[in-house]
Design a protein around this ligand. Sequence first.
Ligand code: SF4
Length: 291
Amino acid sequence: MESTAGLGDALVDWYDTAARDLPWRRPGVDPWAVLVSEVMLQQTPVARVAPVWTEWMARWPAPADLAAASPAEVIRAWGKLGYPRRALRLRETAVALTERHAGAVPADVAALEALPGVGTYTARAVACFGHGQPQPVVDTNVRRVVARLVHGRAEAGTARASDLTDVAALAPTDRDRACRFSVAAMELGALVCVARTPRCAVCPVRDRCAWRLAGCPSADGPPRRVQRFAGTDRQVRGRLLDVLRAADGPVPAGALDAVWDDAVQRSRCLDSLLADGLVEQTGDGRFTLPA
Ligand code: SF4
């Protein structure tokens, strides 16, 4: 493997000129706001997250505010971000922060990982972007950048224990730059070293990229399948929740029947929403968001 010295600094220099102006990156954004943004961004694009995040932070600026909200309120506020169990988990996180940490977001990675719904990625993202700690923050984009730039592979493949050490090894030694490096690597993966057609011509490290130097070899294995949405249980669950979000109170089963023709799939999805705690059934058989 070629030396990787200076690659992290090159990415930081590029980030300082090319970074997107995202609301959760602005000065004064606190660790709680970073945590909320990271949970929202896990499976949802930036453009859809930004307006919801802005409203959410205005309404619940501190963990104690969200902890005091009802599940129905947070499910409504989650809007169309998708994967709405994240809304309930975020509320559980707010409750845990209020009870265990006096309403503050800890800086310690282990303490963050002990919170409900906070995994390796989110804990390090909050420690780094929220508290200014140099931490390797490894998401899908970063793994892809490292696979190409350092290892000469077209795709990252499955996650490995070495991902964190791979990324930490690229970080500049200066503490502030090491912190910016983590977001710089993510940004490169989001804007330039993208999954399908990397924009190598405008890449700041193209002359040192192991994948390019190796002649841009193809990925091993079968091509990745594109996830469809139409007709999936995710779509049906979203439509059922839309009805309950728009209603002032419990709705009869007939109001839900109208949103999807396939009764078997509709029933399966409603059952899963009940099991996830996103929907409740009243004593008289109607359905509602959880109180
Ligand atoms: S040169 Fe191309 S493949 Fe290599 S890191 Fe840059 S964008 Fe990715």
